[in-house]
Design a protein around this ligand. Structure first.
Ligand code: AMP
Length: 581
């Protein structure tokens, strides 16, 4: 049990709190169910498919769901829009299992399209809106999407390439005034605004080929071999986040010896500031899904700006902010912070990247009324797998908490044996919310998910209470803000430049972003290229967040071990100087 404090916290151990909360008859009861050949813990009650979520969404009626600048969408109107979109997909011949690609910034049309696609049994395939033309075309091609929905900016980015995608039968554009000239290049484009109305009381045909463990989502993650891989998630994976979020709050109460009070019917509507993209699992599974089930308000921003975010927290009475640590840092550090009334904040929640212990202390200092909360998860775990919140987080600010009741984990040594408590090794996880596998990639699926455990590529240790501490990554990856960069993708590209002999990507420490990519390059003897040229070379082909902020030139061969693998630690020591405070 954790260290007791003078205030009597904790009143009960984490294990006992979990056992009580998941016991038979509790709202958080868990039961073992067969999931893809394993008996795994699932929530006994609660929504299990998108159909269940949408049934609840409809009940929220006139409540505000989405706010974007001066637009406001009610739950009722959202439900009608999902209905209309679902009917349009069916009319287009979209069938269960077909991929529906969604490529747009955070607009209200994003959740409409994704929910409609999933509800009819199709696989929603959100693509990263920051991707370059080449990356977007790769995502469309790899997923074999039958229909793609764009905003005008992204449609223009790939317009010349769409005719070369034989699987793609339908193209839609949202907010596409002015998109008509593109039709000469692309062929017919359906205007979102012209879709016929439909108002189905219940969306998703009962008995359709869709159950809790059917495929629902395809989220791309960076790939160890250079190309992004699509992780296929089930209905159960994203819907489980609804009870998981409530469970984590109830656990914090029980650790204080209290029962979580029911929220009074007349309590002000809770609101979340969505400062991260919807197209990652954090946005969709961890934030959007529980929020819409609960009838809370989602406040979107066209582009994140910390000053505007503070003004929105005041204007919209935001109760939850955060997303990734970078966003939380920018809010607590902002020079205008004290000019705003931020008293509505109840929770500052983040994850998806290392969460510096100092951040939890800063959040508590700046907003004593708001509970800081850190989560650990991956695209392959379909969002939150572990969470550390409230007193537990303040007591162990460098931990991402224990797993949720649906998850199990263990730390493995390189020889395949299980590490002892406190010993660092690779974190392996399993549970009903883990992805089904990688799309169209049995080899990578076997390597990562084989044997029923997901090998996370994170190096961690566990303590006596079952809390995990992520200490490093075994995978050669950087996280800039919340965006992952697999080094090999940028290294392979730099090596294609005619002047480059070899290249390595390393993380340069950055206080709020965590790290930024820096390249170490050795030119060919006859090669000439400067920093600006190499940065432009990457920028023309990959998303902006992957472009090295610095290029260092090495005169000698880059350091490698006996197997020819780059010794990054040596390069980091030479080139990645810590940022001045
Ligand atoms: P993604 O698939 O983009 O969500 O990235 C998943 C990876 O982000 C994990 O494998 C970790 O390396 C990292 N990550 C996520 N959450 C945390 C956390 N709380 N602390 C440290 N690293 C994290």
């Amino acid at each position: 049990m954790s260290n007791s404090s003078a205030t009597g916290w904790p009143a009960i151990s984490v294990a006992d709190a979990q056992a009580r909360l998941t016991a038979a008859g509790s709202p958080f009861e868990t039961v073992l169910r067969p999931v893809r050949g394993q008996l795994l813990k699932t929530w006994a009650k609660g929504p299990q498919t998108m159909r269940d979520v949408l049934a609840r969404v409809r009940e929220h009626g006139e409540k505000t769901f989405i706010v974007l600048e001066d637009e406001r969408v009610s739950y009722g109107d959202f439900h009608k829009a999902v209905s209309r979109m679902a009917a349009a997909f069916v009319a287009m011949g979209i069938e269960p299992g077909d991929r529906v690609a969604v490529t747009m910034r955070n607009l209200p049309e994003w959740p409409v399209t994704v929910c409609a696609a999933i509800a009819i049994g199709a696989i929603a395939t959100p693509l990263n809106a920051w991707w370059s033309r080449e990356e977007l075309v790769y995502g469309l091609k790899d997923s074999g999407a039958k229909v793609a929905i764009f905003d005008p900016e992204r449609l223009a980015r790939v317009a010349e390439d769409l005719a070369g995608l034989p699987a793609l039968k339908h193209i839609l554009v949202a907010r596409g005034e002015g998109a008509a000239p593109l039709e000469a290049q692309i062929g017919p484009v359906t205007d979102w605004a012209a879709l016929p109305d439909a108002d189905l009381p219940s969306i998703g045909a009962p008995g359709a080929a869709m159950g809790p463990d059917s495929a629902a989502t395809l989220f791309y993650t960076s790939g160890t071999t250079g190309r992004p891989k699509g992780a296929v998630g089930s209905h159960r994976a994203f819907t489980s986040n609804i009870l998981t979020q409530q469970f984590v709050a109830a656990r914090a109460f029980l650790r204080r010896g209290e029962i979580m009070p029911a929220r009074p019917a007349n309590a002000p509507q809770r609101a979340t500031l969505m400062a991260v993209p919807l197209f990652h699992v954090t946005g969709f599974s961890a934030i959007l899904t529980p929020l819409m089930f609960n009838g809370d308000k989602l406040v979107l921003m066209r582009r994140f700006d910390a000053g505007q975010a503070l003004a929105l927290i005041e204007r919209e009475r935001i109760s939850t902010a955060g997303g990734v640590p970078t966003i939380a840092w920018q809010l607590v550090d902002h020079p205008d912070r004290e000019k705003y009334d931020l008293s509505s904040l109840e929770r500052v929640a983040y994850g998806g990247a290392p969460c510096p212990p100092e951040l939890s202390r800063r959040v508590r200092e700046v907003w004593p009324h708001a509970a800081p909360s850190a989560g650990w998860g991956m695209t392959e775990t379909c969002a939150v797998f572990a969470n550390n919140t409230a007193e537990d987080y303040l007591a162990k600010p460098d931990s991402c908490g224990p797993p949720t009741p649906l998850g199990e984990w263990k730390v493995m040594r390189p020889d395949g044996t299980e590490a002892a408590t406190g010993e660092v090794g690779e974190l392996w996880v399993r549970g009903c919310t883990v992805a089904i596998g990688y799309w169209n990639n049995p080899q990578a699926t076997e390597e990562t998910f084989g044997g029923g455990w997901l090998r996370t590529g994170d190096l961690a240790r566990l303590d006596d209470d079952g809390f995990a501490y992520i200490v490093d990554r075994a995978k050669d990856m950087l996280i800039r803000g919340g965006e992952n960069i697999y080094c090999i993708e940028v290294e392979n590209l730099l090596a294609e430049h005619p002047a480059v002999d070899e290249a390595a990507l390393i993380g340069l420490p950055h206080r709020t972003l965590g790290e930024e990519p820096g390249a170490v390059v050795r030119l060919r003897e006859e090669g000439t290229a400067d920093e600006a040229e190499l940065r432009a070379f990457v920028a023309a082909r990959l998303a902006g967040f992957k472009v090295p902020v610095r290029v260092f030139f090495a005169a000698e061969a880059l350091p490698r071990n006996a197997n020819g693998k780059l010794i990054k630690a040596e390069l980091r020591e030479r080139f990645a100087q810590p940022e001045p405070a």
